[in-house]
Design a protein around this ligand. Structure first.
Ligand code: GLN
Length: 429
């Protein structure tokens, strides 16, 4: 992109400058190798749904992903096993407790959710494989497909956590006791430690986040990494549980699905817009990176990205209405059978444009409702400028047109976008 118009990079550079002076927070040291991180390392990256990449600061520094791997491994388990099987074994409720809490349900013995350690260890163990080697290979491969390149393991960090991670080991044994974990707890924890030690840059992480925001399709490589319903479920869990006991405050102030990790990584997803990642090892008291949280608060506010913020309505759905004949009258309407009934007059013409979803279909159908007269008569619906119809809109339109036909109205469709399924050029209802 021409540097002169690259205002996204400019915005990231501004964020970098403003947040780099924040020096509150501590580098995690309960995994000794992580304590060696440079506390002032700070990188930001953003990747759009078109695969455009933007970055600022130390974007080439590789760091271990730690808990940021959790949503992506959850996606793998959901894709492999299906939602029912996964949610039978792990809950989806925010625990309101620290990431390493012993959050096991008193009745079911299940971990509270897959974003805390207990749930993540259980989910990692669910990934189908003949043994731990194959299981980790599948996890590494999947993380690489999310990132768009093969990733590797920081062996020193893995060793360091394996030597000191007794709390996680204890969690795994407890879960075997409650029935939440099948198989050997030591093996399950070691695979989880290796997963936490997978290394990537903040730019890789932004591609991973963008893949979740893009319905599971990596916007850089074009690969469908996981099915769209899986990406939706993972984002939902990130939104409620991704920031540990800071999740409520995060939703209040930032309002985006996100996940943090103890090495200072943080991903956030603006669904259908972009993925963003920050790396900064100084952590606040709940284990979230101080500069990352500050940067994401500002991004969300400045760009109006809070999920509960109502975006301005899209372009008008109904672009013309009137009686007599299809608006452009340029002879393209030959397929329209409205005039072959032997002299009947068209009483209404409606034209729609853009992508039809629930809200757009509602707008179109309320205009259609007004344009059909009480007495049965023909209506022309011109959909030539409709660019997409989602499943909800298609069902709504089909149902409405069938109802009109049942009441004796004749509705004629013009437009090729709906040329498959129940929609045909010139189809009459
Ligand atoms: N490997 C770390 C642990 O289990 C991951 C925790 C985190 O990033 N919050 O303690």
């Amino acid at each position: 992109m021409d540097a002169g118009v690259d205002v996204v990079s400019e915005a990231l550079a501004g964020l970098y400058e403003r947040c780099r002076t924040l020096d509150a927070g501590e580098v995690a040291d309960y995994i000794p190798q992580l304590a060696l991180a440079d506390p002032d390392c700070f990188g930001l990256a953003l990747v759009s749904m078109d695969g455009h990449r933007y970055r600022a600061g130390d974007a080439d520094t590789a760091f271990t992903l730690q808990s940021v791997t959790k949503p992506f491994v959850l996606a793998l388990a959901l894709a492999e096993l299906g939602a029912d099987e996964v949610w039978r074994r792990v809950g989806c409720e925010p625990s309101g407790e620290a990431f390493n809490a012993i959050s096991l349900d008193e009745v079911t013995g299940r971990p509270a959710n897959p974003m805390i350690n207990a749930g993540a260890i259980a989910v990692t163990a669910l990934v189908p494989a003949t043994g731990p080697g194959e299981r980790f290979a599948r996890i590494l491969d999947c993380l690489g497909r999310f990132a768009g390149r093969r990733l590797d393991v920081d062996e020193a960090v893995h060793r360091s956590e394996a030597e000191t991670g007794d709390r996680n080991r204890a969690l795994a044994y407890l879960m075997r006791g409650t029935g939440a974990l099948r198989g050997d707890p030591a093996e399950a924890v070691d695979t989880y430690f290796r997963q936490c030690a997978v290394r990537a840059t903040v730019e890789d992480l932004a591609v991973m986040a963008a893949t979740l925001g893009n319905g599971g399709v990596n916007p850089v490589t074009g690969e469908a990494v996981v099915p769209e319903p899986v990406a939706v479920q993972v984002l939902a869990v990130m939104a409620t549980c991704g920031m540990y006991d800071g999740a409520g405050e995060w939703m209040l102030r930032v309002g985006l699905p996100a996940k943090s990790g103890v090495s200072g990584g943080l991903v956030a997803v603006a669904p259908a817009r972009f993925g963003v990642a920050v790396h900064s090892p100084r952590l606040d008291r709940v284990g979230n990176p101080v500069r990352g949280v500050a940067a994401l608060r500002e991004v969300s506010q400045r760009f109006g990205l809070h999920l509960m913020h109502n975006a301005a309505p899209g372009a008008a759905t109904v672009v013309s209405e009137g009686g007599g004949s299809p608006e452009d009258g340029d002879g393209d309407d030959g397929d329209c059978k409205g005039g072959d009934g032997g002299g009947d007059r068209r009483t209404g013409v409606l034209a729609a444009q853009g992508a039809l979803d629930f809200a757009a279909a509602e707008r179109l159908l309320s205009a259609l409702g007004e344009s059909v007269g009480a007495a049965p008569g023909p209506v022309v619906l011109n959909l030539e400028r409709v660019t997409a119809v989602d499943a909800a809109a298609e069902a709504m339109l089909t149902r409405a047109l069938t109802l009109l036909a049942d009441r004796g109205h004749r509705v004629v469709l013009v437009g090729e976008v709906l040329g498959s399924g129940p929609w045909e050029q010139g189809r009459e209802f």
